[in-house]
Design a protein. Sequence first.
Length: 801
Amino acid sequence: MHYLKRKSSGKEGVMAIKLDMSKAYDRVEWGFLQAVMEKMGFSEEWIQLIMCCVSSVSYNILSGGKELGPIVPKRGLRQGDPLSPYLFLLCAEGLSALISDFERRGKLRGCKVARGAPVITHMFFADDSYLYCRATEEEANNVMELLQCFQLASGQQVNLNKSSVFFSANTGTDVRARICSILRVQEAGDTSTYLGLPNILGRNKNALLGFLKDKMRKKIQSWEGKFLSKAGKELMLKTVAQSLPSYAMNVFLLPLKTVNEMEQLMCKYWWKSSSQNNKGIHWKSWDKLKIHKSKGGMGFRDLHDFNLSLLSKQGWRLLCKPHSLVSRLFQARYFAGKDFLRAELGSNPSFVWRSIFETVDMVRMGARRRVGNGSTIRILSDPWLPCDENPRVSSNHPALLDHNVDALMETDCFAWDVDLVRDLFNTRDAQLILSIPLNSSRSDDVWFWSFESSGNFSVKSMYRHLQQRKEDDLQLVRSDFWGKLWRLKVPPKVKDLLWRAASNCLPTKSMLRYKRVNIDALCPVCSASNETILHRLVDCSFARACWVNTGIGVDLDYSGTFTGWIEASFQSFDGDQRKIIAMTCWAIWKARNDCVWKEKTANVPAVTLLASSMLEQWSKAQDKAHVPTAAFLSAADGALSWQKPATGEVKINTDAALFSDPNRYSFACVARDDSGHVLEAISSCKTGVVTPELAEAMGVREALSWLKKKGWNRVTIESDSLTVVQALRSSLPMSSYFGGVISDCKTLLEGVSDVSILFVKRSANGVAHAVARASSYVADRVFRSNDFTPDIRDVIMKEVY
């Protein structure tokens, strides 16, 4: 649409026809659906199954209080049925094929935004579609012919009242009028929308995107009468309000003014009291509330950073999927012959491209090349070294110019040419290169995301990285206390109260006077001292009596702040006692509020009883809730001690060890029979810096290669790396080096039979751990039963007996 808006030259204009299908699902002809599936090559049995699902529908309706039916339809797809959207897409394929046929016959010519760009004739999203062709009367008539043909075959009907046409700037006024007359639709203006977002964005983007702020305001206003607690408000803001602009954020970089106004709405709602006339005291700025919970904030989303994170995902797709339609279009228009990381803003860019381009530097921070066959990775210019600080080669040997990574590999086997690497590169580069595990399948070189162990890009990891940079600039320190607080198994409102108290946001009288509220500062319960947060919850004679009644022995003579007192208390007491402390603080505060607002006399036994009974009820409710187990774990996983394999089976335990000085790592595999006797053990030590998960995965890969070479059947492999075991059971593709080793393991598993891989605790993997630790300077070694050192023999005896 940006191209059409800017196209002011050329003999012929281009038009975009927005089509709206009237009651699209209800009008689908079953015969057309069946014919499309037959044409697409679905089996007859499958087609009959689908048609049986579609045609078995019946409806009953209420009319005048009486039930009428069943009514058996002869066409249409049920809306709400999970199968219906997919079946409708098949029908849309019929229209797509018809458009392609018209294009092939020269009756429609699509839109081409730049030299080398693909020709676009249509875009579909469910029943919303755009057709692109030349702005001529001939092609307008051809479009009407096409639509008439499709309507007769499929049963669909174009809603002309909701359809429109948008013309390029070089289309004359008379031509526009004649085409609108032929198509019987109205001309769309600059304010037209598609899928809820504006097609054209001018200079005043705040006005065009202001509907997002209005939508959030209406949503928040609908919660005003619900009298939610702070914990309830937190839930509503995080799950509903913060998600409202996400759809637009995937495409546009929202103006900072719009973002700030939305954050102000959320901040005002968060601090507002239950009274409709009270705006509430803003005890902390929204910037401080956006800080992660582990560092003292509330973890509210930074909308601007989240916007950038969503857009960076689009940039990542442009980088990793250069052959997709949208990538080819942007590449031809803005970075022809380059990849996304080397793109430039270009002349007269669209707002969508401007938005995505803002993330180039961000994507560059985490984008890395994984060496497959090495044929497409440039040695000097691509980020391919496994180093977070500098993933590019720092050596400048002239022989490296204009060469790819495959030039550094042996020609007769798939391995690094060690002598060549050490000759051409400095020590740092050589160590990093030789630590890269090569994939035995010689797969293609791929991009991977270094901020995720899987190598797959995620918005969460990008957002976390952006926030971490801000927190580092603010020199925020992670405190164990905040983690302990938010992990407490107590009601959310109790944790919220403790957070407010520890953050100096609790409205005691002293704090209210600090905020210039004209009241006295005396404690409303004891009237003996000013009501600070520490006095209210600890020092007050009433609070002291409550703490004594709990019997847990908290420090009642603390002279600092409440923040220091609660941190010291959480450090001194265990989890169950922390829960009692939290509940007692909440009950004391509730008793204080009842005294102030309801004029109830504070009662010590009632406070401690309320705290204990509330905690008991909450704990029982949580016990009844379903607690899911870790993903991909089975009943056989998680053994605490080593067990002998079944009769006739072999068990292989694997483990890895990392050594910091020098940069070395090792892994070991120990095979034992059904009597616990060691058949053989192997170990290998390598140079390089790798993650623990990668070293563990290499150990499993070595075990699989080993058992295949030995010809063992009925084998169980045990690893104490949960990450590796879960990855082996997952079907999720992973593009990191870790993912490459996992891919090798899966390939090896396909070539062996009756092999299972289980997760065990470290206590059940002692022998493999000991052998790996003992192999710090031994390149490759095979152990027999009598080769083990006495300390390893002791571990073997303890595991077996």
